[in-house]
Write a protein that binds this ligand. Sequence first.
Ligand code: IFM
Length: 434
Amino acid sequence: MTYSLGKDFLMGTATAALQIEGGDKNNNWYRWSEQGKIKDGSHSIRANDHFNRVEEDIALMKKMNNDTYRLGLEWSRIEPQPGQWDSKGLAHYRKELTLLNQAGIKPLVTLHHFSHPLWFEDMGGWEHPQSPEIFLRFTKTVVENLGDLASDWITINEPNVYALGSYVAGEWPPGKQSVPAYLRVLKNMIKGHILAYREIHRIRQYMGFAGKTMVGVANHIRVFDPEDSAGARLAARLMDRMFHQLAIRGMVEGKMLFPLGLGGHPLKKGFYMDFFGLNYYSRDIIGFKPTSFTTMFGEQKNDPELPKNDLGWDIYPQGIYRICKDYHQRYQVPIYITENGICDADDDQRPQYIYDHLEQVAKLREEGIPVERYYHWTLMDNFEWVEGESARFGLIHCDFETQQRTIRKSGRFYGDIAKQKAVTQDMVEKYLQD
Ligand code: IFM
């Protein structure tokens, strides 16, 4: 029942700027909210008002014994117009990073997490051939101004989920449904990552931090287990390639798998990942149904035997173990679980979810797999993209009307684990009795 994670294990929480800050009108999700595309009618302009409550929220992280915190930067606050830099935006993030460092919480900074300025969206966003260089320009300014305050960087969050939601499912801005556009976006994001990877290292090196910089990507990885048929096995392989490998092999190795390689690739093959960032939520059973647009590569199904979260996603803790093992074998770099969490408004599943997933992590660490960090998604209930404010993933409950934050039972449990780097018998009795 009890287990230990080891004193050197870092635990924290993860957020994204757009999902918590509120108040910014110059980004793609503001317009999408204005257009009434959010299912519950909520709006990204509100979120958690974190932009004005940084101190309060850092105090909550401290209370939950966070060693580290993954935060995003809102690009449009830093570069509101192409090539124009907002010193107030940069100063805001300098202050936030300084406060985190003073609190003894190590920042991990994400440069692109699904949101970007309207001018970038309107020129074609990540579909535009110049988008990698435009992202590089943003990265350069950010790291020149903030690079002394953070050693650890994520260039892009979940490129596969972004490209799929925005360019195939069409549920996210700009709402396209086109596989060629998906491929263009992935290819540009890969280039953008590689350029940013090199640039972050270059700048931190001349700042005097050679050898002390960690750069990676937050890869969203699911387990795809096929149904028992040849067609389903083929579909699962195809889904793995289309959803995982195109982005991962491109970003880690600079390898453009077919069909991304068509049209050439000016950047060299190499190794562009200092840690393997892994966002894990769920597993899909894959069926074979090539007859419709949404299932042409494979049909994603639930496993009726497994418990579900509030959004109907299967809860499958063994997946985190399987994925970490697999990617460690492939790449042999430290693994950071950059996201893992559950949508659970009444918090009756989250304590067990945390226990079960961290148990798998403890097992991995015992076996010598270098899972060095775990970031729970997420610090507090926030703006969950098209689901809006109704999908609640937080260790902290947020009343969006009053902005009152209340640490949930799961948050207290997580804080106790983070303090002891272990689950003790006392904790099991206190938090998991039901
Ligand atoms: O809220 C998102 C996050 O922005 C990216 N990964 C998955 C989370 C839960 O859906």
